[in-house]
Design a protein around this ligand. Sequence first.
Ligand SMILES: Nc1ncnc2c1ncn2[C@@H]1O[C@H](COP(=O)(O)OP(=O)(O)OP(=O)(O)O)[C@@H](O)[C@H]1O
Ligand SMILES: Nc1ncnc2c1ncn2[C@@H]1O[C@H](COP(=O)(O)OP(=O)(O)OP(=O)(O)O)[C@@H](O)[C@H]1O
Ligand SMILES: [Mg+2]
Ligand SMILES: [Mg+2]
Lengths: 253, 253
Amino acid sequence: KSAIIAITNQKGGVGKTTTAINLAAGLARRGLRVLLVDLDPQSNSSLSYLDMREVDRSIYDLLMDSRVRCEQVIYPSGVEGLDVLPSRINLAKFESQMVGEFDAPYRAKDRLEPLRYRYSFIILDTPPTLGLITVNALVMATHLLVPIQSSYYALEGTDDLLETVEKIKARPNPALKLLGVLVTLHDRRTTLSRDVHRQIVSVFGDKVFRTVITKSVRLEESPAYRESIFTYAPQSSGAREYEQLTEEVLERV
Amino acid sequence: KSAIIAITNQKGGVGKTTTAINLAAGLARRGLRVLLVDLDPQSNSSLSYLDMREVDRSIYDLLMDSRVRCEQVIYPSGVEGLDVLPSRINLAKFESQMVGEFDAPYRAKDRLEPLRYRYSFIILDTPPTLGLITVNALVMATHLLVPIQSSYYALEGTDDLLETVEKIKARPNPALKLLGVLVTLHDRRTTLSRDVHRQIVSVFGDKVFRTVITKSVRLEESPAYRESIFTYAPQSSGAREYEQLTEEVLERV
Ligand SMILES: Nc1ncnc2c1ncn2[C@@H]1O[C@H](COP(=O)(O)OP(=O)(O)OP(=O)(O)O)[C@@H](O)[C@H]1O
Ligand SMILES: Nc1ncnc2c1ncn2[C@@H]1O[C@H](COP(=O)(O)OP(=O)(O)OP(=O)(O)O)[C@@H](O)[C@H]1O
Ligand SMILES: [Mg+2]
Ligand SMILES: [Mg+2]
């Protein structure tokens, strides 16, 4: 059965999608079968690999219509071994449509269960909120990876996230483990980045990945070419760092 | 009565808070009375001016408890002419608490109405979602300012935002105007930034502010010192650019 890694932090713009698309590709490059699931209605992960004009059904259909089968919502990414389960904006309706449904926190876990036997890793990209979509991701996941930007606001939101994780572990998903905390958008030249990095390590200790993702324009550009960093700019710092992260993730899972 | 500007974009990390805190200070520096309202449960705007240990009641109390008066939730920012109405994490409960309430979209507009006569400008910082909190901001606002980062994902989410704005204009707030689109986190050295900037201008035309906010580490640092960019780094590009934006906002309102 697959390891399911939810990439979560309700702070916006901290590199959740950038981490999801490149970690998924990093794992696929090792010959593993990987599925990237986009649980953000903004579809940034989907856009990073797919031409959305060719996407018909998506995650919302699978979650809301029990006749839809998994094969109908899975698309090839162009990277060998990596498939994508995209989202569309209709996913934004999920929370309001699920009011009153008893299985609301378990819907993704139930509907994606058949996929656990076809992939070694399932990577979940999540939106910048702690609403029902993110709860679904945390209930379904075996592991949680938290990207944190080394900026002033970085540590402020982590209490709520950890509180939410504890609630999830208490009942719907006792097996959920914190895989690690990843420092992203790091700029070695500034004292702010270094100070915040030190704070993150003092709060999370050895949960912090040794790998630090530094700011690199190549990471910003690669989605525009629908490529991972590994083929877009194989010699870049971004490629080296996400390769190293992939290594560490495999050690920890 | 005050002009109320909602700073909104459901894409995370595009500079909503950075724009809210510095535009509010820019307007206050001109001798205007300004209120900065933090409608994001992550409290990033609140943190940029206040020591949260000294914050007791906040926006959630005002919205949910009709006995709470406005004066009890307004705090001085340290910048002359600028007050802050902070949020706490309890604001995240707002949406679920309001299920079934007929005045749900109007709650902020109703509860903050008395403040319109005490300030020339009210600046609303919003979370990276299009949920009930952001709807409340758009129903209450007279103007909408949309920061857009010049990055690959930038234009993807703007359709949904504009659709939401049209729905708001149709019924709860026909007077809502798009004040403008602000290009943020711009890096003049990269083709990606220049390409996306050109796309933003071709989509939004003269709604795009002439002012472009470029990447500057001073803008990242100033909140850690609970100062606006104008006192933290008065000679920086960030201070010049937010000064120029303040000028353009005053021309357009
Ligand atoms: N290491 C990096 N170096 C440079 N740019 C980066 C890096 N990581 C992410 N970015 C850029 O920063 C922006 C935010 O990153 P991303 O979209 O991955 O964050 P997110 O957490 O998924 O955002 P959201 O909260 O909206 O889902 C994007 O424009 C992305 O290209
Ligand atoms: N022009 C800029 N130059 C450099 N850094 C910036 C600039 N504008 C914003 N930042 C930094 O980028 C990060 C995201 O900005 P900010 O928090 O203002 O975005 P936001 O849209 O409010 O995010 P969220 O969606 O989480 O509310 C912050 O660390 C901020 O300090
Ligand atoms: Mg994302
Ligand atoms: Mg913000």
